[in-house]
Design a protein around this ligand. Structure first.
Ligand code: NDP
Ligand code: MG
Ligand code: MG
Length: 321
């Protein structure tokens, strides 16, 4: 930590990741400033926690280590307008996700270190785990090492936010960016919701009640995921019935067949060749027409209707609607 002794950490943004990084560093005795914009609703939140707050440009000027924690699609513009001119030699520019560096929408000057600490958890979970004395694992990568200390400073940052309490894995911007996008597209967000919707529709079209379809295809997913998270596939299979386990082995590959893997390879190829990134950047430039239309269409899916009604009857679930 001696490398970051007396250094100022400028945390740009105070959302999911921003609040967790700023507060964890602050609790570890480090000098933290939060960078926001005029009229930002986050200003009051950060100030209420006793943090110093300034406008992005001001914070970039006064900080030695600048961590970009605003939404990815805004980073390149904010960087160009308020940060770039303050990236003097010897400073460090950091990220929690490699998108803008890997797809080259942000270029830091030569004398600046560019690194990444990507905590492997949503920000609120990261903060909660830290306050209980532990930490969430993190990925560490260096894109540009001007000072020769980029890796060591990155590791000190990871320690400051609590990641070394769990463990830090060395990776590259390329690997973090491409595997992160692939994971959320193929499994975590895209794959899972497509699988659940298709299964729900299959039961409804065959005449079953929406409530039964919801419980079997969506509600119980959480219980299975918890077992996978805790003890792997073996522990999940130990916990479910032998009938479920036999169905798993024999029918899983029928549902997710070889064609699905081919589709996944196609999705990965579009990440690797940059066309997914170009599509998303263009979508943002055009005001997100497709994104907003799809958000509406998906919100109107019948599974969301019945889900809302059923969750309202389960007082142990805090409904987030
Ligand atoms: P959020 O959407 O939560 O960030 C919102 C914050 O940014 C708010 O404080 C918002 O202020 C502020 N903000 C928005 N626009 C500006 C601006 N122009 N200038 C200054 N501040 C602004 O982001 P995330 O925490 O989700 O993501 C941050 C980074 O972390 C991304 O690179 C993401 O990929 C990465 N990441 C995110 C994870 C997560 O848990 N969500 C997990 C791992 C990595 P206001 O609300 O007042 O508008
Ligand atoms: Mg992601
Ligand atoms: Mg069952």
């Amino acid at each position: 930590m001696s490398l970051v002794d007396g250094k100022t950490f400028g945390i740009i943004g105070y959302g999911s990741q921003g609040h967790a990084h700023a507060l964890n560093l602050y609790d570890n005795g480090l000098d933290v400033m939060v960078g926001l914009y005029e009229g930002s609703s986050s200003i009051a939140k950060a100030e209420a926690e006793g943090l110093k707050v300034g406008m992005v440009a001001e914070v970039a000027e006064q900080s030695d280590i600048i961590m970009m924690l605003i939404p990815d699609h805004l980073q390149s513009e904010v960087y160009r307008e308020s940060i770039q001119q303050h990236m003097l030699p010897g400073k460090t520019l950091m990220f929690a996700h490699g998108f803008n560096i890997h797809y080259d929408t942000i270029q830091a000057p030569e004398g600046v270190d560019v690194s990444m600490v990507a905590p492997k958890a949503p920000g609120h979970r990261m903060r909660e785990v830290f306050t209980k004395g532990s930490g969430v694992p993190g990925l560490l990568a260096v894109h540009q090492d001007a000072t020769g200390n980029a890796h060591a400073v990155g590791l000190a940052y990871a320690r400051g936010v609590g990641c070394t309490r769990a463990g830090v894995l060395d990776t590259t911007f390329k690997e973090e960016t491409e595997t992160d996008l692939f994971g959320e597209q193929a499994v975590l967000c895209g794959g899972v919701t497509a699988l659940v919707k298709a299964a729900y529709e299959t039961l409804i079209e065959a005449g079953y009640q929406p409530e039964s379809a919801y419980f079997e295809c969506m509600h119980e997913l959480k219980l299975i995921v918890d077992l996978l998270y805790q003890g792997g596939m073996g522990y999940m299979r130990y916990s479910v019935s032998d009938t479920a386990e036999f169905g798993d082995y024999t029918r899983g590959p029928v549902v997710v067949d070889a064609q699905v893997k081919e589709n996944m390879k196609e999705v990965l190829a579009r990440i690797q060749d940059g066309s997914f990134a170009r599509e998303w950047i263009a979508e943002n430039d055009e005001g997100r027409p497709t994104f907003y239309r799809m958000r509406e269409e998906n919100a109107a899916h019948p599974i969301e209707e019945v889900g809302k009604e059923l969750r309202a009857m389960m007082p142990f679930l805090q409904d987030v609607d």
